[in-house]
Design a protein around this ligand. Structure first.
Ligand SMILES: [Zn+2]
Length: 351
């Protein structure tokens, strides 16, 4: 039974028992009309992105009670972002008739490296230079705050209520516009000395590559396993092969088209999925040798391809990894864009 339902049932029972002494109908109505009876302790998760800030209200059991969004105001070096967030939380507390004592704390995810004390050194996406987000949020709201990098908190969220549920050591790889990663060992996010740990997208997987990655290196996983990387590789293959393929029919080829064609046994599409599996398999075998997780969780838009993707990764992972690390779980992420707010709330719960 969900925490929300438990709260509701407890509230109803209390209401009905009181109702035996007064009027049952009045008591029942009183209970149903008071939302604060339902939520005992609330955890706020805030995922700050370049265009929107996602906010969520959670119970201790990890149930998402309410979620909403506000626009990320990046003008004037992003100076209004945190005060907008504070105002939005205050409005929500009022709207849901919550008491401030019910809010245990606020977890915040930001799109950039974060140090252990909640400081962001530079966050280009938000226009921030050095900001101690934890202190600022506490000063603006009065609630304790914990801060994490967005990819890391997404990993924590997936471990709490998504594709990594039931485990306490997982690695999340997100295949989207770029390739991101989050590493959780024994329930703790591995942040590293500069908050830049878990950058799985920039592991070297191809020594021959000549094109540069956005990070300045060449041959990074991101260049082959991001949505754009997959399409780029497809175009390369199509131009050097004479093999007939349905892929040639698309005017604007997408990663999804490639998986769809592979599922219909298109030879070149299958070759591309196999190559993607090999690059991911190489990278994750290296990750496993360092952190030995219980499971890998694959997320991001590309992961919608499903088992055809995880099967390809598993095949090469098991081929490249040492014996003691073979046969890990490979799961698909389940929380989508909500992984961040889940993980942010979990930051506070684990504090
Ligand atoms: Zn790179």
């Amino acid at each position: 039974m969900t925490g929300l339902m438990t709260g509701l049932m407890t509230g109803l029972l209390t209401g009905l028992m009181t109702g035996l002494l007064t009027s049952p109908l009045t008591s029942l109505l009183t209970v149903l009309l008071q939302p604060q009876v339902i939520i005992w302790k609330s955890y706020v998760g805030i995922d700050i992105g370049g265009t929107t800030v996602k906010l969520g209200l959670f119970t201790e059991e990890g149930n998402l009670v309410d979620k909403w969004e506000i626009t990320t105001r990046k003008e004037e070096s992003g100076r209004y972002i945190l005060s907008d967030v504070a105002k939005s939380i205050e409005n929500k507390i009022e709207e849901r008739n919550l008491s401030k004592d019910q809010i245990v704390g606020i977890g915040v995810g930001v799109p950039g490296p974060v140090t252990a004390d909640g400081t962001v050194i530079q966050c280009v996406n938000l226009g921030w230079e050095i900001v101690n987000v934890a202190n600022e949020v506490k000063a603006l709201t009065g609630f304790q705050a914990k801060v994490g990098n967005d990819a890391n908190v997404a990993a924590l969220g997936e471990m709490w209520q998504g594709g990594g549920k039931g485990y306490n050591s997982i690695v999340l790889v997100t295949l989207g516009t770029g390739v991101g990663g989050g590493v959780i060992v024994d329930g703790q996010i591995i942040t590293g000395s500069n908050g830049a740990a878990g950058e799985i997208g920039h592991l070297l997987v191809n020594y021959e590559e000549k094109d540069k990655c956005g990070c300045g290196k060449t041959g990074c996983l991101e260049q082959f396993a991001s949505a754009t990387g997959i399409v780029k590789e497809a175009k390369r293959l199509l131009s050097k092969s004479t093999e007939p393929s349905k892929l040639r029919e698309y005017e604007q080829l997408s990663a999804k088209n490639i998986f769809d064609c592979a599922k219909e046994n298109d030879k070149l599409a299958l070759e591309l999925v196999d190559q993607l599996g090999r690059y991911l398999g190489i990278a994750l075998s290296h990750v496993a040798a360092v952190v030995d997780p219980q499971a890998f969780v694959i997320g991001g838009g590309v992961s919608k391809a499903g088992s055809i993707l995880t099967d390809a990764v598993k095949k090469y992972y098991n081929q490249y990894v040492m014996l003691a690390l073979k046969n890990k779980e490979f799961n698909l992420a389940e929380l989508g864009n909500d992984a961040g707010i889940f993980g942010c709330a979990r930051l506070i719960l684990g504090h």
